[in-house]
Design a protein around this ligand. Structure first.
Ligand code: OAD
Length: 230
């Protein structure tokens, strides 16, 4: 049996990281067009760096919660195949123990040099004067994240995994962003069962065979237990 799991900001909410579209969420206080597009970065790189520096620094204050840990346990103990795809740029799945993980929107703790094309692990703040350790040039370092208007990473692995899976599970995501909002339909078309685990019904909740609403730290470990027992 092959399971593909998609996670979003809701799985990290109980760890203390803000979601995007909730009242007071990230996009309310930091409009997308000011901090999360290539045009914003060209126009005001300091503002964009500040936004991602703030989010990168916040990672020092948070820990994985029971939902991250349960998904890592599933990966270790399940006899079939588990592919975990996350839209999250935090590193809580890794710290919870997940290894087979696809970061489709990039990672806060990675940077990309647009001069030399090098990616590297990065824990500190970035600014327009940051020099690339690889090519020694300044001005080209950007957060290694996918902005609106850019194509998500690793889609060449994700679409085939969705086509081949027997069960697709979406956790803690509002279903507002493409292409992820289409994953459930892709998996259904390929004959997979589909399950949503979210605090509230998402925008595409009707596309799922089954929905369970509640906090991730409760409903994800319960679901993992049910799969490992079955
Ligand atoms: P959203 O903020 O759009 O949605 C978070 C979802 O998590 C909502 O449906 C909440 O109801 C749910 N939620 C909140 N707390 C929860 C909890 N404790 N347990 C379970 N569910 C909970 O975030 P995403 O769907 O992840 O993209 O957003 C998707 C993408 O849009 C992000 O990766 C980001 C954003 O714009 C980029 O930056 C490119």
């Amino acid at each position: 049996m092959r399971i593909v799991i998609l996670t979003g900001a809701g799985i990290s909410a109980e760890s203390g990281l803000d979601t995007f579209r909730a009242k007071g969420g990230l996009w309310e206080n930091h409009p997308i067009e000011e901090v999360a597009t290539p045009e914003a970065f060209a126009r005001d790189p300091d503002k964009v760096h500040d936004f991602y520096n703030m989010r990168r620094a916040a990672l020092y204050d948070v820990e994985p919660n029971a939902a991250h840990i349960a998904l890592a346990e599933l990966e270790r103990k399940f006899k079939g195949d588990v592919t975990l795809v996350t839209q999250n740029v935090d590193d809580l799945h890794e710290r919870g123990g997940s290894q087979n993980l696809i970061h489709m929107h990039g990672e806060l703790r990675s940077v990309f040099c647009t001069h030399c094309g090098t990616r590297q692990r990065w824990l500190d703040d970035l600014d327009i004067g940051t020099v690339c350790p690889e090519c020694s040039r300044a001005g080209g370092m950007r957060p290694d994240v996918v902005w609106f208007g850019e194509y998500p990473y690793h889609m060449e692995r994700i679409w085939p995994a969705l086509e081949a899976c027997d069960l697709f599970v979406s956790i803690g995501t509002s279903g507002n962003v493409y292409p992820t909002a289409q994953f459930v339909q892709q998996a259904s078309r390929s004959g997979a069962k589909t399950l949503e685990l979210n605090l509230e019904p998402s925008a595409n909740a009707n596309d799922f065979d089954t929905s369970i609403n509640g906090v991730a730290s409760k409903i994800v470990p319960e679901w993992v237990d049910s799969i490992l027992e079955s």
